[in-house]
Design a protein around this ligand. Structure first.
Ligand code: SF4
Length: 400
């Protein structure tokens, strides 16, 4: 096991390639894999392509060639996260302003940091799980039922740009499917491989990623909008969430400025912006990446000099495009590499043909119609939301 230095202890890297290969070789197992937004602009670098090259379809093709039974998209559950998180922020703005600002919770590095160093302001954290951990329990309940597969026979794998995601999937409370199905041995996500580990697996199988034909993700968890794709970069979650917040409150699509929200884009460690949402007024937001910046923002919340209603936090400077599991084209990722990866995620959100609003994702709409009913429903709370642990006492023990 290789343990990387991390201020929160969240980032430990243990390879799970052997366990995944074993599952792939077991004919009784249905092995399904999800891929995070940021890996599609990182993986190509391991195969000699220019930094940031989009290999979305080639990544799907490689995973199919390796033998995964289904390839689904974490971008789908990023859209779902937006449905839940924008509903939560709308509720807080209209009914519980004392719980503002709302903090995003999709970055496990940030969440653990907050559990250690921000336990006094932890009530600001959204209760939404990350997209990886939303998709996990849906695979073993909604998807399993739809495909008529026994949940026990499913092995659920994630490809992530992030070493902290390995820790996240092992948090004891990440067993919502097991609780719903009455089997505590069922985990929501079984194994996480980083982008670099996936590259190793592809090379072990003698596959040349660069020559593969683009392949589509599998239904019923394979559709992702541009809003879900920009989750992979700092500012992306905020931009996606405010687009849908606008629609939730006004029942109208957001204006052009929020579809190209420059104020929350770019590599700056702290960005501030505001959006006018009729019915709610001016929504002030901050976007923060890097834990040093998180400390500054947290201090402003504590001393009541924070004007924001919604704050996005990402542990890695630049967001998941520069996660600890991404290719080490440069270490730490240079501004040039981060910018190329970021620009190409925005390209995936700007193609004319692409949907750009999470609430227009047809497969997410089907999920609500057929299974969850509506955002923040009882079943959505059971499967898609979580709670946090005050870990500040552990710091006191260590310091004694
Ligand atoms: Fe993981 Fe970094 Fe992304 Fe957080 S910002 S989810 S630690 S890759």
């Amino acid at each position: 096991q290789c343990t990387l230095w991390c201020p929160t202890g969240a980032i430990t890297e243990k390879s799970n390639i052997n366990e995944v290969v074993k599952a792939l070789n077991d004919p009784t197992k249905f092995v399904i894999v999800q891929t995070a937004p940021a890996t599609r602009v990182g993986l190509g670098e391991e195969f000699g392509l220019e930094a940031g090259t989009i290999v979305e379809g080639k990544q799907v093709a490689a995973l199919k060639k390796i033998g995964f039974d289904a390839v689904v998209d974490t971008t789908y559950s990023a859209d779902l996260t937006i449905m839940e998180e924008a509903s939560e922020v709308a509720h807080r703005v209209l009914k519980e302003p004392n719980k503002l600002p709302q903090f995003t919770s999709c970055c496990p590095g940030w969440v653990k940091f907050c559990e250690y160093f921000g336990s006094d302001i932890m009530e600001h954290l959204s209760s939404c799980k990350s997209p990886q951990q939303m998709l996990g329990p849906l695979i073993k309940t909604y998807y399993a039922k739809h495909k008529n597969i026994h949940p026990k026979d499913i092995v659920s794998v994630s490809i992530m740009p992030c070493t902290a995601k390995k820790y996240e999937c092992n948090r004891p409370e990440m067993n919502a499917a097991g609780i719903m199905l009455g089997d505590k041995n069922i985990r929501d996500v079984d194994y996480v491989l980083t982008t670099r580990e996936l590259a190793r697996l592809i090379k072990m199988n003698n596959i040349d990623l660069t020559t593969l034909e683009d392949t589509e993700y599998d239904s019923i968890l394979g559709e992702g909008t541009g809003a879900g794709k920009i989750f992979g970069t700092t500012g992306g979650v905020m931009e996606a969430a405010v687009r849908t917040l606008y629609w939730l409150v006004t029942k109208q699509d957001p204006p052009e400025v929020l579809l190209d929200w420059q104020a929350v884009r770019g590599l700056a460690g702290v960005k501030e912006a505001s959006a006018n949402v009729p019915g709610v007024g001016e929504v002030k937001v901050a976007v923060c990446s890097g834990l040093k910046n998180a400390r500054i923002i947290m201090e402003r919340i504590r001393n009541h000099t924070a004007p924001w209603q919604f704050v996005e936090f990402m542990a890695c400077p630049g967001g998941c495009i520069a996660g600890g599991g991404q290719p080490r084209t440069s270490l730490p990722p240079s501004d040039e590499v981060r910018t190329l990866r970021m620009q190409n995620l925005y390209k995936l959100d700007s193609k004319r043909s692409v949907k750009r609003l999470s609430h227009t994702n047809k497969e997410v709409q089907d999920l609500y119609d057929q299974f969850l009913e509506k955002p923040l429903s009882k079943k959505a709370e059971q499967l898609l939301h979580t709670h946090y642990t005050d870990r500040s006492y552990q710091l006191t023990i260590k310091n004694k």
